[in-house]
Design a protein around this ligand. Structure first.
Ligand SMILES: [Zn+2]
Length: 140
């Protein structure tokens, strides 16, 4: 078992109309990513128009939450006493579309054990009115 504990708090995002679904879908356990309802392309960060086909017929839709680590680093500087370092910072590619990438934290394992290509699954850390998507390695 990991000794990972959620930080007591973190610097929270400013929620906009477009980003609200992304930051609050975790309340229902859903990772919500904007999707173009015309060309089916995923759009992240959320935007009012599709950058694949320019359609404005876009809306947040749940994705599986499964992803693969594409890049990683370890933060060793303590920016926030409530979020002890070292911790992992990673870019993950969504299973549905590897060009849709999220910058996140990989939790539940030592930061030095995070590897490119590692399969991960979303979880959410709840602070105030925000559910921050983080990712945990999938047991192989
Ligand atoms: Zn489109």
């Amino acid at each position: 078992m990991s000794d990972y504990k959620s930080p007591e708090t973190r610097i929270l995002p400013e929620i906009t109309d477009e980003s609200r679904a992304f930051w609050t879908g975790g309340e229902r356990g859903e990772l919500l990513i904007y999707k173009c309802l015309d060309c089916q392309g995923l759009i992240h960060p959320p935007a009012p128009a599709c950058y694949h086909c320019q359609s404005i017929n876009v809306a947040p839709r749940p994705v599986s939450g499964r992803a693969t680590v594409a890049a990683k680093t370890i933060n060793v500087h303590s920016f926030n006493p409530a979020m002890p370092s070292p911790f992992s910072v990673a870019i993950v590619e969504l299973e549905e579309d590897s060009s849709t990438r999220l910058t996140t934290n990989v939790i539940g394992c030592p930061p030095e054990s995070v590897q490119i290509g590692m399969k991960v699954q979303v979880e959410f850390e709840h602070y105030e009115d925000v559910w921050v998507p983080v990712f945990r390695p999938v047991a192989s």
